[in-house]
Design a protein around this ligand. Structure first.
Ligand code: PMP
Length: 440
């Protein structure tokens, strides 16, 4: 599927990025190594980043931007936090990978187990996709069942059987699914709407005995930010328990961001399995999945369920994760982020209210989303109209011109980090106020 690029490109302002993009398009599909980076939803050509520090990224043309993408979530401490850089530098000197166990991976695993009561054992991998894919395999092995239930709009990485009604880049492209995934590969996947206990109960009534697991982002953040009613999540906990299915919380975004114990702690719900990524790697490629010992015991080498990785538990990546988790504890990060984000909410609400068209702020801890849905902030995955999408694209470019880097898609949430202080919040609010006024 090709999409027209809107005419709002400003390559003349960013010649070095434009040149890199042109080169990239020759050798990398779409010029990017992950689709949403390509600016297709907002038009124009992507910034190529040359360096980053604190709350800022600097593009190849030397322009500075205040960053609210935060590499899509890992950088809760900000870019190149000195403590993380020091830990990584130190680890690098001791070798980049061993392919054999090391102390740092034990420490990171201990940290996850201590923080997340539902996790007695955890295995470390190199991405969120891998974490989810492996957790599903464990759920199927442990229950001896085949069906997986996911929710429309939730994204769980790009494993074949989960590329059904997914969010993230797929929401951006308005595609319900993906090419290259045979029907047979999704035959064991069921998709439910969010926010609908009755639909879940009905499905369990019909196929409950075949359902291995229900997987959900406890705070869905890949189709905009769609905080769920606690009662709905509790109903899923109950239904899965009654039917002997596992509940999997995909905490790749929420884990160690909404609090030490992730969304599970925040909601007071213990899942059977949980997946992690982003923050636990502190910016390095790390994912993890874990749960009760009786489920995790199915994994090889103890059990018959295979899962492996050449770079799993990589010592340099572990160092970044450990340093990040250390500083989150030391700096009482979650409390501070909540206070900062609440401050931002107070500043933003009147600015959004003054806009000539509907824009709503949705915030959960240090995650926030500007919803351009005219009908208000949705609780289920809802597509934006062409006019709403065009408004977001205009806002995105107006903000970029003011040195603010928002996610280049109306469906993606923004991330605050410890590096976003009062001055950064003020800059965001001022730029937003000006930009909204410019858009009819
Ligand atoms: N699960 C969720 C909830 C995610 O947001 C993502 C990525 N944004 C993934 C899984 C996949 O993680 P990765 O991109 O590291 O493979």
């Amino acid at each position: 599927m090709t999409q027209e690029r809107p005419a709002t490109t400003h390559p003349s302002l960013r010649p070095r990025s434009a040149e890199l993009y042109e080169r990239a398009c020759r050798v990398i599909p779409g010029g990017v190594n992950s689709p949403v980076r390509a600016f297709r939803a907002v038009g124009g050509t992507p910034l190529f980043i040359a360096r980053a520090a604190g709350a800022q990224v600097f593009d190849a043309d030397g322009r500075a931007y205040l960053d609210f993408v935060g590499s899509w979530g890992p950088l809760i401490a900000g870019h190149a936090h000195p403590a993380v850089v020091a830990a990584v530098t130190e680890a690098l000197g001791r070798g980049m990978t061993y392919g054999a166990p090391c102390a740092a991976e034990v420490e990171l695993a201990e940290r996850v187990v201590a923080a997340y009561p539902a996790v007695e054992q955890v295995r470390l991998v190199s991405s969120g996709t891998e974490a989810v894919m492996s957790a599903i395999r464990v759920a199927r092995a442990s229950t001896q069942r085949e069906l997986i239930v996911k929710f429309a709009g939730c994204y769980h990485g790009h494993a074949d059987h989960l590329l059904v009604a997914a969010g993230s880049g797929l929401a951006t492209f308005g595609r319900p699914s993906s090419g290259g995934v045979p029907e047979a590969f999704v035959a064991c996947t069921r998709v439910l709407p969010l926010d609908d206990e009755a639909a879940a109960a009905e499905l369990f009534g019909r196929e409950g005995a075949r359902i291995a697991a229900v997987i959900i982002e406890p705070v869905p953040a890949n189709h905009g930010l769609l905080p769920q009613r606690r009662a709905f999540l509790h109903a899923l906990r109950e239904l899965t328990r009654q039917h002997g299915a596992l509940l999997i919380f995909d905490e790749v975004i929420s884990g160690f961001r909404l609090g030490r114990g992730g969304a599970a702690e925040w909601l007071g719900i213990a899942p059977d399995l949980a997946t992690f990524g982003k923050v636990i790697g502190g910016g390095m490629p790390v994912g993890a999945f874990g749960g009760a010992r009786r489920h995790m015991a199915h994994l090889a080498p103890d059990g018959d369920t295979y899962q492996a990785g050449t770079l799993s538990g990589n010592p340099v990546a572990m160092a970044a994760g450990l340093a990040t988790l250390d500083l989150l504890e030391r700096e009482r990060a979650w409390e501070r982020l909540e206070a900062r984000a609440a401050e931002l909410e107070q500043l933003l609400v009147p600015v959004l209210f003054a806009a000539r068209f509907p824009v709503h702020l949705v915030r959960v801890g240090s995650l926030f989303w500007l919803s351009f849905h005219a009908a208000g902030a949705p609780r289920v995955a809802a597509p934006l109209s062409a006019a709403e999408s065009a408004r977001f694209a205009a806002l995105f470019h107006a903000m970029l011109d003011r040195g603010i880097y928002l996610p280049p898609s109306a469906y993606e949430a923004c991330f605050l980090s410890l590096a976003h202080g009062p001055a950064e919040l003020t800059r965001l609010v001022e730029a937003l106020s000006e930009s909204l006024a410019m858009i009819a």
